[in-house]
Design a protein around this ligand. Sequence first.
Ligand SMILES: [Zn+2]
Length: 318
Amino acid sequence: MQHIVNKTIASLAPLISVGEKRLSILIFHRVLASYDFMRPGEITAKEFDDKMALIARYFNPLSLNDAVTKLKQGTLPQRAICVTFDDGYRDNADIAYPILKKHNIPATFYVATGFLDGGRMWNDTVIEAIRIYPKQSINLTEIDLGDYELNSDSQREVAAQKIIKQIKHLPQHERTEKVDAIASMVSKLPNDLMMDSTQIQTLSQQGVHIGGHTVTHPILSALTSEQAEQEISAGKAALENIIQQPVTEFAYPNGKPGQDYLPEHVDIVKKLGFKTAVSTQWGVSNRRSDLYQLNRFTPWDKTDGKFLSRLVLNFKII
Ligand SMILES: [Zn+2]
């Protein structure tokens, strides 16, 4: 393995040691204790540990604040990289943080405050309900979501993803109605998927940056300006109340520019006193990048060689 890693670095190093300094910002959501058939795409603790070891060894991990300052000053080191987490999952505190600490990698956790202390995001309600639904098939035709065989782990996983896909872009009230209907078909859903306030407080005291991510994780472009501002500012205020410090970093929910958020939301984020904001637009940032729309990307490759290649090649994208 080491041989492959060294070869990858050696072959790709020329690409990143010349030209303008660029910043790569990674997005993660969850780090699972072990493989979960309902979430086959999510990284496990072991995989995350391996990837962070590679980052610590071959890249220069910085906090986002630090990186942005250096980017503007023109003092960014080669292969600068930031690690960010979205949404506020409990495993960020229980599993990801100890690994980040072990490798001395700073991070920003963007937290949607409406799910703290026992809440659950709607997509997780669907996943967890389909996981535990007691029958071997589920009929959701009454709420226009079709019917599904649930005879195997993989059928359950596929069914949950198909349902999520159909309701993802519905207006919020319609989505809530359908998710509530699905939730009512099972008896007990987990209420410990997200962090609690004390965990946020402790992480902040330990040096993790806590960033805003709204209250209920809406698609901002689907809201009125007033609603969007309320979501962003209430989330900021709730976090500041928990950590007793200014919250100056923000991540747009879903994060596709022109689709999930619009220029008016960038203005709101500026007006509310945030210093940086991140999107999910793929790519890296350079000196001319808009600090309120910094690009990010998801390092989804499972093998270390591919992961490294992708990280390095990401520096090539403007
Ligand atoms: Zn999110």
